[in-house]
Design a protein around this ligand. Structure first.
Ligand SMILES: *Cc1c(COP(=O)(O)O)cnc(C)c1O
Length: 869
């Protein structure tokens, strides 16, 4: 019999136990083992059987047990301590209040996915895990963030395998009543009705959404949910699942996230009194419409014109790009955007042609039929970044078309390397060995505790963690075989797969082609020999989900599964289905080596290797993403990349063989060097102590605060004050754009170079610039110099500003400066004029630069009067 309606009945906790509700409803428990201990004490067996889900635990614990606990003084005292600790965590001053001096009112952080805990399955992979770690680290540091996302009723899919090893997808229903989240409700004047936001869609349809709030330590996470009775069936399904459905479905999700998200933030601030954000941060382009909504607010509420509103919104917006692959960028047909932002649907506040301009690919190689979310993200955000140094370089090249007068090095996209939230990812045992301080991983030097631990102790701990991971893996493999049609009776062999004394390698990640899940299968005989080596065997545990529409990825998984099904090797290599936070948490500590072999440079950053490193695993990876930046032979091994070889088959062969060689000749011998391998453990110590502090999410969030949030908040504040600054900036940009075609450098020369330029010489440089209708204060004249390559390109230029020395008729000026010849070899320089204004975050912001005219050009102007040259 099918029920016509469902609802969940929540347990009523006896009065002395209400603290349990407080603990459950703040997700800080998910990274706070002491709080988990309290839950476990409620009913150890239930805690285990619910997989450590405190909402389920409290829903299922017998009332008699609750009564018993309500009279258990020891338990009540522990509970009180835990609640007191949480209250102190949530209300006390932390880094942001003390060291940073609270420089920003608040920051709204938008992301299509958030991976916070396995009980809240609202993520697909790295992007979501990163967003979750960002919120948690912000909470630990006291940074006033508001997270904004969607609540997907089916989350991302759960993965299993069929008999043939083909990926199967299930979408279990997520019941919000069974989650540690609560509905945002309006005040008593509305009888506490759920707060909602509404978007008007083409055809006069309405899309309503309610707002769930998850409390992530100090940080509220707002999640919009369209599954409401007020909606028509089609609109109810907008938030059905993550990354599923048609193009229009995806657009509706992104509209709800961006436009609805801003409205949800406003509603939340109104109801709770939370201070309004000065900065809006969009984690990848999917939430980019938030900028348009803020322009609409300013146009409607403050009667600002579009250009002024654009400046105000841009000044407070930060955009983080995550993909180095053009195909990974979100694009929509222009007509769809036209429909959804037409005046009928979106109102009159923002002219549709201005919106279309923002996402237009109006540069070389662009497609006029599409609206590009990353391009819009860059145009709507005054500050942008990639997620590792290398990804910064790749992104500047990839988006250079937006700043055509500049070299990629000048493209205003910086980088902040990702980090991971140690309290979430570091095993308790490792935490106990490494941290001298008992608090959080906030300050440097907290890893020094390792100095007091003997090699033998470290090695014993790693064995314990390997064993725990193996136990978990065996249970999962058994379940997987049952799903694949095997009976319990034929699965006896599963109890002896993997060995706690064998070198354990992990490989887990989503399965897009660039991550090359099956690279290790290039030479199956060679891999088999490594797995079955009589003295120095390795064992490999593999996990990862392919996107439901990615047949290629599913084929790779099947290939891997078939290899691992072979009775000859199945005790040494296993594919474990359903990679998620619950699988990942015991996996990182259980591994000795973390393997990553992406096609360089397509791994924007990668974070799994960081989590492994914090748990005392060594990295064995292609130098891509973060590993390119922080690789050191004390932290692991670099698999040589055969970049530049066009033939991908040959490239895979070369890289795979380099990988086999490394494992056979370096990794395994070092691991098996004696009972307690001294050199290995030395590397492990180095990894935790030297690499550990760099890979922390607290380091990352501090970087965001200092390098992006604070400057963005300053811009936002000055542009918002009276809007005069924004009006002036918008008018100034217009003037500069109009005047720019007349701007040029007429003539440049060096003085005091001598016949043979010598190292250490300081030479004078003079440049003459014609400024047309601009004032000298509107521009800046720069010299760029440095080593030149064979094409006369200045590699890695040094930039200096020239000072105005003299003014001539016709708005021409002489600029002067000095140049020190500080390196031998080919040296080159050039001079350019760029716009200059206190409101710019980068001289490249307008994409305008004027260089010297070609000396052979007959239209080149005469030198200024009064010049002796
Ligand atoms: C860390 C993590 C990821 C991301 O790993 P990458 O190295 O960035 O690919 C994906 N899924 C889960 C469950 C994770 O814990």
């Amino acid at each position: 019999m099918r029920a016509i309606r469902r609802f969940s009945v929540r347990p009523v906790l006896p009065e002395p136990l209400t603290g349990l509700g407080t603990l459950v409803n703040n997700l800080r428990w998910s990274w706070h083992p002491e709080t988990q201990d309290v839950f476990e004490a409620v009913d150890p067996q239930l805690w285990r059987s619910t997989g450590g889900d405190p909402v389920k635990l409290l829903g299922e614990v017998p009332a008699a047990r609750l009564d018993e606990l309500a009279h258990d003084d020891v338990f009540l005292r522990r509970l009180e301590l835990a609640v007191t600790d949480l209250n102190a965590y949530v209300s006390g001053d932390r880094w942001f209040q003390t060291d940073a001096g609270s420089p920003v009112s608040s920051v709204a952080y938008f992301s299509p996915e958030f991976g916070i805990t396995y009980v809240l399955p609202q993520y697909s992979g790295g992007l979501g895990i990163l967003a979750g770690d960002h919120l948690k680290a912000a909470s630990d540091l006291g940074v006033p963030l508001i997270g904004v996302g969607l609540l997907y009723r089916h989350g991302y899919f759960a993965q299993s395998l069929n008999a043939e090893g083909w990926q199967q997808e299930r979408y279990p229903l997520v019941d919000p009543d069974g989650l540690p989240i609560s509905l945002l409700r309006d005040g008593p004047e509305s009888n506490g009705a759920p707060a909602t936001v509404t978007l008007t869609l083409p055809g006069n349809r309405q899309l309503h959404a309610q707002i769930w709030v998850a409390q992530v330590g100090r940080v509220p996470l707002l999640m919009l949910d369209s599954d409401m009775e007020e909606n028509d069936p089609a609109e109810r399904e907008v938030t059905d699942r993550l990354y599923g459905g048609s193009t229009e479905h995806r657009l509706l999700q992104e509209l709800l996230l961006g436009v609805g998200g801003v409205r949800a933030v406003r509603t939340f601030c109104r109801i709770t009194g939370h201070s309004a954000p000065e900065v809006f941060h969009t984690n990848e382009g999917h939430a980019g419409f938030l900028g348009i909504e803020r322009i609409r607010e300013l146009a409607t509420d403050q009667a600002l014109d579009f250009d002024t509103a654009l400046e105000v919104a841009r000044g407070g917006t930060v955009f983080t790009t995550h993909t180095p692959v053009p195909a990974g960028i979100d694009r929509f047909p222009v007509e769809l955007i036209q429909q959804h932002f037409s005046p009928d649907a979106y109102g009159e506040g923002v002219p549709i042609d201005r919106i279309l301009e923002l996402g237009a690919e109006d540069f070389e190689g662009g497609d006029p039929g599409v609206f590009n979310m990353a391009i819009m993200g860059l145009r709507l955000a005054q500050r942008a970044n990639g997620v590792s140094k290398l990804h910064g370089v790749v992104s500047r090249g990839m988006f250079a078309g937006l700043w055509p007068s500049f070299d990629p090095v000048d493209v205003p996209i910086t980088s902040i390397t990702n980090g991971v939230h140690a309290p979430t990812w570091v095993a308790r045992e490792i935490h106990g060995l490494t941290y001298a301080a008992t608090d959080t991983a906030e300050s440097d030097g907290v890893f020094d505790g390792l100095d007091k631990t003997s090699d033998a102790q470290i090695w014993e701990t790693k064995r314990t963690l390997r064993q725990r991971f193996i136990d978990d893996t065996r249970a999962r493999v058994r379940q997987s075989w049952i799903n694949r049609g095997a009976s319990d009776a034929e699965l006896g062999w599963v109890d002896s797969i993997l060995d706690p004394d064998v070198l354990t390698m992990g490989f887990a990640r989503r399965v897009p082609s660039y991550k090359r899940l099956t690279l290790m299968l290039r030479d199956p005989a060679r891999l088999k020999a490594l797995l079955l080596h009589p003295q120095r065997p390795v064992q490999i545990v593999i996990a990862g989900k392919a996107h439901p529409h990615d047949e290629g990825g599913k084929k790779l998984i099947q290939e891997m599964v078939r290899f691992a099904d072979d009775p000859e090797v199945r005790h040494r290599i296993v594919f474990v289905p359903d990679y998620d936070i619950a699988l990942a948490q015991p996996m990182y500590p259980g591994c000795d080596v973390w393997l990553n072999n992406p096609l360089r440079p397509y791994e924007a950053c990668g974070t799994s290797g960081m989590k492994a490193a914090l748990n005392g695993a060594l990295n064995l990876s292609i130098r891509d993403g973060w590993w390119d930046e922080w690789y050191d032979d004390e932290f692991g091994w670099a698999i040589p990349s055969a970049e530049g070889i066009e033939d991908t088959d040959r490239r895979d062969d070369l890289e795979a063989h380099a990988l086999y060689d490394l494992i056979e000749k370096q990794v395994a011998p070092r691991f098996y060097d004696g009972e307690v391998p001294g050199r290995w453990i030395e590397m492990l110590r180095h990894t935790i102590k030297e690499l550990g502090p760099k890979v922390l999410a607290t380091r990352m969030v501090r970087d965001y605060v200092e390098q992006l949030y604070v400057p963005a908040a300053k811009s936002s504040r000055s542009l918002n004050a009276t809007y005069d600054g924004a009006r002036e900036l918008a008018a100034w940009k217009k003037k500069v754009r109009t005047a720019w075609p007349q701007i040029r450098v007429d003539h440049v020369e060096l003085q005091g170079l001598g016949d043979v330029p010598q190292l250490g010489t300081t030479v004078g440089i003079r440049a003459f610039a014609a400024l047309g209708d601009l004032e000298p204060s509107d521009i800046c004249v720069e010299v760029l110099h440095g080593r030149v390559d064979t094409n006369d390109e200045i590699t890695d230029p040094v930039r200096a500003t020239l000072a105005m020395a003299e003014t001539y008729e016709g708005n021409r000026h002489r600029y002067e400066g000095e140049l020190k010849l500080d390196r031998t070899g080919p040296f080159g320089y050039t001079v350019r004029v760029v716009p200059s204004h206190a409101g710019l975050a980068s001289p490249a912001e307008l994409g305008l630069a004027a260089g010297p005219s070609d000396p052979d050009d007959p239209s080149a102007p005469d030198l200024p009067a009064g010049s002796e040259f």
